[in-house]
Ligand binder design. Sequence first.
Ligand code: SF4
Length: 342
Amino acid sequence: MSMPEKANLLDYDPAMLGSVMTGIGQPAWRAGQLSAWLFRKGAASFAEMTDLPGEVRARLAEDYTCGHPATVAKKISRDGTVKYLLELADGHRVEAVWLAYRYGGTACVSTQAGCRMGCRICASGLLGWQRNLTSGEMFGQVLAMEKDYGEQVTHVVLMGMGEPLDNFAAVHRFISVLAAGHGLSFRRITVSTCGLVPGIQRLRETRWPVNLAVSLHAPDDPLRDRLVPVNRRWPLTELLNACRDYARATSRRVTFEYALLGGVNDAPEQACELAKLIRGILCHVNLIPWNAVSGFDLVPAGPAATRRFQEILRREGIPVTVRRRLGTDIEGACGQLRLRHG
Ligand code: SF4
């Protein structure tokens, strides 16, 4: 796999396009036109940028690309969820998912090819880490899905393959492009993490009111050490302090993802322990009916245990929902499409 030689303009943010224009001898004000084509209208070639003079388009094409990832597989669920396997310019393949909700389309985007976090409930961890994605490769997933689906996204969740906070600089730029270039409110963007505390702190320091989702999955350190190995580096006390600070600084409710595993983390006393642990944090618990992944000796919690767990949290005053299962009929259909962050 070799990297393309030309720079991809989708890797830039709108503020950087002025120097692109002056670099080819054009006035900086033309950057606004270029930005609109790249980031709002989603042009996949310079030829589409019809309000730029032909010689400017030709000059841009000499030094730059602006292509989107190619769709190599696509599965459509009965519930409207569409899962894509997308190929990047160097041949790496990543997953992206379009979730069709009543209020609009949510794009679930990958941030890395593979993942090195090794969570014990996630098939992405089995692949190992191949490389970080650039911001343009993340944004390209959004554009490719919008084009295919024929709609603009209303929400973006960074919950595909990879740990977003392990690729902070590119994720930071991607979010700024979504907001400044694509016109998406920060409040409609969610970053999901398995618990990289320094990354949560850096995200908080941006002062962007971006939503944070944390894959918790266990109410105590010994169990979480096993399920989410990054816990050995940043145990629960540190993680929850970072979440509390995040919620305070952004006034956004932190979502704690909790995949219910039969006989592992679904006991009533674990629900009580969880409630005690997160009490006082502006948060919400999302219980996830875990789908069995081959290669793991875990089983999903049963419906009775799920109800009981939810009931205890509710009784303890913790806002809780059970995640609606979308796209279950197409899960695994691509072979690579996988459960992630719960
Ligand atoms: S849950 Fe997220 S962080 Fe953990 S291995 Fe899977 S993709 Fe990586």
